[in-house]
Ligand binder design. Structure first.
Ligand code: SF4
Ligand code: SF4
Length: 381
């Protein structure tokens, strides 16, 4: 039976004490780290943006983690490669750390900031889908790492939690390549599960004090949730979060793929929730991304799809008035489907609808637009 621990943390000023409570419930820090170990902390730093937007892991969780685990190890390093299209270089890291509040948080928490931007290609013969990954060196060199993820929605994967956060161990400019080859949510989920098997975190802690609903992981709306969650099994944590967000297990591509692989857990009944009961933390009116669909697509949609394939879509669309022609979306696009002139333009024929451009645009200039056929055959939430 996997265990997921939940405590209430009404705001970020409580995170220090609430995280200590959470770790005590799990048996204390010695369960996860040992003296003299080098421990990496891997937050979600998708883009360089301020903490109030709820896009990135809140700096107070980094500080609290550093203070608590630093009493045992004394050697901790923040290691993360920001989102697709970002160069994984010192300048980009400096900018991201500063914007996300990580520079100050690391100082207070006694955590070193990583500036080693090397990465290694690691062979993984046991991978079911991917046999080789590029992984940032600090994650490979540390004794273990703690996964500090965020409670958020996601255009392609519907939600981003414990498992999806691990994609940040892949260097920035390599990420579009994975999107380019893993063109469906199912394939992308398979890749994530291989990556999880290769570099499993020692512990996953989720910042769900203020999460994100709607069109996450960047353009959604902050949503107060008031919780911290933790588990040694990020998949179990994602089962719980999927439940909280109201995503049926069979509509969550990651969990569907995990079930196909007979991974544990395969259902919420195989998880023991300790602390705040699951029934108390589910959010009935939680808004899922535009790309989420309910049941009937498979019935009518699968019949008609071959005939009107390109009409059954949720397409990224440029909002010209918001576009600054900055080019970030072009760098993130794995299919070279974007050209930048006065504003960005998307070539629909090349687009594989991975939504990386939507994820990376910081100007709210890309919306996810549902075709009328899509709307007709899917009851979007
Ligand atoms: S759509 Fe967004 S990311 Fe792309 S060029 Fe315009 S402002 Fe930049
Ligand atoms: S234009 Fe299409 S293929 Fe390119 S990043 Fe956006 S959704 Fe992905």
């Amino acid at each position: 039976m996997s265990k997921v621990y939940i405590v209430r943390s009404n705001d970020y000023s409580q995170v220090d004490t609430k995280l200590a409570e959470l770790i005590e419930m799990m048996g204390g820090t010695s369960q996860f780290v040992k003296p003299n170990q080098r421990i990496a902390l891997k937050p979600n730093l998708l883009v360089a943006t301020e903490k109030e937007k709820a896009v990135t892991t809140h700096p107070s969780l980094l500080t609290a983690t550093g203070k608590i685990f630093g009493k045992v190890t004394g050697s901790m390093l923040l290691a993360e490669s920001p989102g697709s299209g970002y160069a994984y270089d010192k300048k980009a890291l400096e900018k991201t750390y500063l914007a996300c509040g990580m520079s100050d948080a690391a100082k207070i928490g006694g955590i070193e900031l990583n500036y080693d931007t090397s990465f290694e290609t690691v062979s993984f013969p046991d991978g079911k889908l991917v046999k080789r990954f590029e992984i940032i060196t600090p994650i490979l060199r540390c004794d273990s790492y703690l996964n500090l993820c965020k409670f958020k929605t996601h255009g392609l994967m519907i939600m981003t939690g414990g498992v999806k956060n691990i994609f940040g161990v892949i260097p920035g400019r390599s990420k579009p390549g994975y999107h380019s080859t893993m063109t469906t949510p199912e394939l992308f989920a398979g890749m994530l599960l291989d990556l999880l098997a290769l570099v499993p975190p020692k512990l996953t802690i989720m910042d769900a004090v203020v999460g994100m609903e709607g069109d996450g992981p960047f353009n959604g709306t902050p949503r107060h949730v008031g919780l911290l969650l933790a588990s040694t099994n990020p998949l179990a944590l994602d089962f719980v979060v999927s439940n909280m967000m109201g995503i049926p297990i069979d509509k969550n591509p990651l969990l569907v793929e995990a079930k196909k692989r007979n991974l544990h857990p395969s259902g919420i009944e195989e998880i023991e929730v300790i602390g705040v009961p699951l029934a108390e933390v589910c959010i009935p009116d939680f808004k899922l991304p535009a790309s989420f669909t309910k049941e009937n697509r498979r019935v009518l949609g699968s019949f008609l799809k071959p005939f009107v394939k390109n009409s059954f879509t949720v397409d990224p669309r440029i909002i010209k008035s918001n576009c600054t022609a900055c080019g970030t979306c072009k760098k993130a696009c794995p299919r070279d489907a974007i050209v930048i002139k006065k504003f960005a333009m998307i070539d629909k024929k090349k687009c594989i609808r991975c939504y990386c451009c939507h994820e990376m645009c910081q100007y709210n200039a890309i919306e996810l637009h549902k075709s009328w056929l899509f709307r007709l055959f899917n009851q979007a939430v």
